[in-house]
Design a protein around this ligand. Sequence first.
Ligand SMILES: [Fe+2]
Length: 249
Amino acid sequence: MSFFSKLFGSKPQDSSIKDFSWLQTDMHSHLIPGIDDGVKTLEDAIAVIEQLAALGYTKIITSPHVMLDGYVNTPEIILRGRDDVRNELSKRNIKIEFDATAEYYLDEGIFQKIKNKEFITFGNNHVLVELSYYTKPMNMTKLFFELRSAGYKVILAHPERYPFFYQSSLEDYKELRDSGILFQINLGSLIGLYGKNAQSYAERLIDNNMIEFAGTDIHNMRHTEIIKSVFQSPYIDKLAKSNLQNNSL
Ligand SMILES: [Fe+2]
């Protein structure tokens, strides 16, 4: 059984949507070589970016991981990497806008970054954050509050992937949204890339109009093939009709 038939079962659906030009901008990916668990080489970065351009994206805002215990990426490291990729794109005459932000892990380091105004924001002072997949951070509410109070618009990456939010009423999701947190799902969740629960909660969040953004969260070339198969999800049509804000960034 192939990887794709495993994901879909025996009868893949076919969507009327065949590219991502309606999204215009992807603001979640790991395309600066060698600074996180994303692409390893400049060559790989360019190959993935070419694929994203072929899928209809006109702008990429890549988002390397930043976390105290792991990827200690400073704005300087990220922006230098962005410039290297930009230069290579321009050398090869590949027409796509390429910028960078970061995917900030919600840890104690956030307090210092607020103090030093150290975030690489995008859009209109937007900041992309992620949580642990295992436990809800004890100080999550405080950290979100501090970020919002400092004037940042907080986007939570892949809310469908955090098991501690899973409950039939979606109460925790509603509470977060009521406090001003915006949601960005991963496109791969729609085809079960991160498991059945993540797929089911991504679908429920879409059904309840609780999604502002959709990202690829692309890490490597193999991932591009998976992203292409997202068109086989019936939810891609629903997502396209749900007034996402990708194209306003
Ligand atoms: Fe990511």
